[in-house]
Design a protein around this ligand. Structure first.
Ligand SMILES: C[S@@+](CC[C@H](N)C(=O)[O-])C[C@H]1O[C@@H](n2cnc3c(N)ncnc32)[C@H](O)[C@@H]1O
Length: 373
């Protein structure tokens, strides 16, 4: 028995698990390095498994010692499930008798395909945002102080150097604004197209829609592509609109969702409410309810795309539940926001004056919530 009544085996398992968690940050950081080097594109575009030497020359790794480092890098990424690694025995050169050398090659997987930068389902910009130094270090190094009450309640996880909110920080740092908007758009591009295809009933009967906090209009474009007769507008902050290219058929309206939301049959709130605490969430929902109320007879509603957290009873796909908890911690740390359980969603939707709501699961860890005035 080891200390505390545990066996040696149990102690070793616990220590190993702790190492895996302590060093777990290496997974996303290595994926980000792979994206920066263009490895997913090189593997995907080769037309069959790519050998280590071909990969090295495709991504510009020339020195012999660095090619060996690349082999270790690819071995780890393959272990993480990113690539399929194969090892073949190659006959050694003449005069080396029966000696054999091993040759490695790597094939793409669905996972690595989602890191290919210009693929329609790419998540590479999201990966680069999640691993950018500012989001990785600052919030986590201040969270304990926030819990102890040593940081102001009103402070967001990340404060701009001169104070202010996360959105004000983005408005002052164009590179971060670009990184953020690209990360949002890469998700909107495929997730909203998927929603329009899998659940067209969500949009049936609507003649107009406002995407509140709709970023650079990628969601609105996906909806417009699926339902060309639907009038679409995006309500956004000025710095986002200024950095967004025009989207055909989509109007951009600069404004503050806490003040006013333009009237429409439906309002879309994708990945917006999880940025805010309950009090602010209710304020936003009230403005959205006012915007769709005149359209009640033709089916006015607010369409929310966000996580409905598993209630902890043990059901649900373990990978999706893991993603829900990671997002909840992320929102806590960087935005002072929250992912919500069904009960918590119903509470804020009711507090904002809606009469009822419907939850439609089916977007992986996220759901569609329809709230009716
Ligand atoms: C997490 S992003 C989601 C973007 C987009 N809905 C998507 O899912 O791709 C939240 C968006 O809310 C916008 N936003 C923040 N505060 C806002 C406000 N007061 N009024 C309007 N938009 C706001 C941000 O600029 C940002 O684009």
């Amino acid at each position: 028995m080891a200390g505390g009544g545990s066996t040696h085996k149990e102690l070793l398992t616990a220590q190993t698990r702790l190492w895996n968690y302590a060093l777990g940050y290496i997974r996303p950081l290595s994926l980000a390095v792979a994206v920066q080097l263009g490895i997913p594109e090189a593997v995907q575009g080769h037309g069959g498994p790519i050998s280590l030497s071909d990969l090295a020359s495709a991504v510009g790794v020339a020195e012999a010692s660095k090619v060996l480092a690349l082999r270790r890098f690819m071995r780890a990424l393959s272990h993480f499930g990113c690539f399929e690694r194969s090892v073949t025995k190659a006959a050694a050169g003449e005069g080396q008798g029966e000696c054999e050398e091993e040759e490695e090659a790597y094939a793409p997987t669905l996972f690595s395909s989602s890191m290919v930068k210009d693929s329609p389902t790419t998540a590479a910009p999201f990966l680069l945002l999640a691993t950018c130094p500012l989001l990785l270090s600052v919030p986590w190094n201040s969270l304990a102080a926030w819990f102890r009450g040593e940081r102001s309640e009103s402070a967001y996880g990340i404060e701009a150097p001169q104070g202010g909110t996360f959105w004000e920080l983005l408005s002052r740092v164009p590179e971060l604004n670009g990184l953020f908007n690209d990360a949002m758009a890469c998700d909107a591009r495929w997730a909203v197209a998927l929603l329009a295809k899998a659940h067209p009933e969500v949009f049936h009967g609507l003649t107009s829609l406002v995407d509140v906090g709709g970023g650079n209009g990628t969601s609105a474009k996906a909806i417009k592509d699926a339902f060309p007769d639907l009038r679409c507008a995006v309500l956004e902050l000025g710095h986002v609109i200024a950095a967004s290219p025009a989207v055909e058929g989509v109007d951009f309206v600069e404004g503050d969702m806490f003040e006013h939301v333009p009237p429409a049959d439906a309002v879309l709130l994708k990945w917006v409410l999880h940025d805010w605490n309950d009090e602010d969430g209710v304020r936003i929902l009230r403005r959205c309810r006012e915007a769709v109320t005149p359209a009640t007879e033709s089916g006015g509603k607010v369409i929310i795309i966000d996580i409905v957290m598993s209630d902890g009873s043990g059901g649900g796909d373990p990978e999706e539940v893991e993603a829900q908890h990671l997002f909840d911690m992320w929102m806590l740390a960087i935005m002072a926001g929250a992912e919500r359980t069904e009960k918590e969603w119903r509470r804020i939707i009711t507090a904002a004056g809606f009469s009822s709501c419907k939850i439609i699961p089916g977007l992986g860890p996220r759901s569609i919530i329809e709230a009716y005035p």
